[in-house]
Ligand binder design. Structure first.
Ligand SMILES: [Zn+2]
Ligand SMILES: [Zn+2]
Length: 239
């Protein structure tokens, strides 16, 4: 069975992307031969420099709650606009090292968010996240993780088992093309229940979207297509 194709990693001017959601959608439909079912918007959240100075949860929530709500609302509006053409998921990218002291606050601000891509996470962080993954209200994934570099003292086998058990998905990211460089990692995956997602990390060039084709071809060539995971839609509690 063919799995639907989603690109879960796209930035907009809400954070550091150059293109609006509609332009990103058009670029995906223009891929033509690649039947893209949907995209995720994954802007950086909880990352203004002032977050470093925030010392208590109330301050953190005050700083980010309306910003986050506005973001979610913007993406949900796009979801409605594109209904029937492309499914739009509400994602975000969160810097683990910057935010690890604020996880309880962040969990309370995720109404309407379908998934989080964590970046800058080390092995201690990944095990912490794995231990608490069930407490999160949405799907969790690792953004652009070069497993051998980011977890240098942990075997790849242990990394994949930890992620599979905690249902943390692994993003196949364009940054690492050609992906053959990481054959050692991908060779391990077929026998594990790991979830995979595709992400082009679209920022200032829509050409990034074209690399979705390469990511998908590699995943299929490796026999990993059935592992492609689509985060379930998280209905907003308030609507
Ligand atoms: Zn990133
Ligand atoms: Zn990104």
């Amino acid at each position: 069975m063919r799995q639907p194709i989603y690109n879960l990693h796209n930035h907009t001017p809400f954070s550091d992307g150059a293109y609006e959601i509609d332009e990103i959608c058009e670029a995906h439909l223009a891929l033509g031969d690649l039947p893209v079912a949907g995209i995720g918007i994954s802007d950086h959240l909880f990352c203004t420099p002032s977050s470093r100075e925030v010392t208590n949860p109330r301050q953190f929530e005050k700083l980010f709650s309306s910003e986050t709500r506005g973001y979610v609302e913007t993406v949900l509006e796009a979801r409605r606009r594109w209904e029937g053409k492309l499914e739009i998921l509400v994602g975000c990218e969160v810097n683990w090292s910057l935010n690890k002291a604020h996880l309880d606050s962040i969990r309370g601000l995720l109404d309407g968010v379908d998934y989080i891509l964590f970046e800058c996470i080390d092995w201690a962080g990944l095990t912490q996240l794995a231990n608490q993954s069930k407490r999160w209200p949405c799907a969790l994934g690792l953004a652009h993780a070069d497993v051998s570099r980011e977890f240098p003292n942990t075997s790849m086998d242990q990394v994949v088992r930890t992620m599979a058990n905690a249902r943390i998905f692994y993003e196949v990211n364009s940054k690492f093309l050609p992906l053959e460089q990481q054959n050692n990692w991908y060779r391990l995956l077929p026998k594990h229940k790991i979830r995979l997602a595709l992400g082009t990390d679209t920022h200032d060039s829509l050409r990034a979207v074209d690399t979705l084709r390469d990511l998908h071809a590699y995943v299929c060539a490796r026999g990993l297509e059935q592992k492609l995971f689509v985060p379930p839609i998280n209905a907003m509690a308030s609507s």
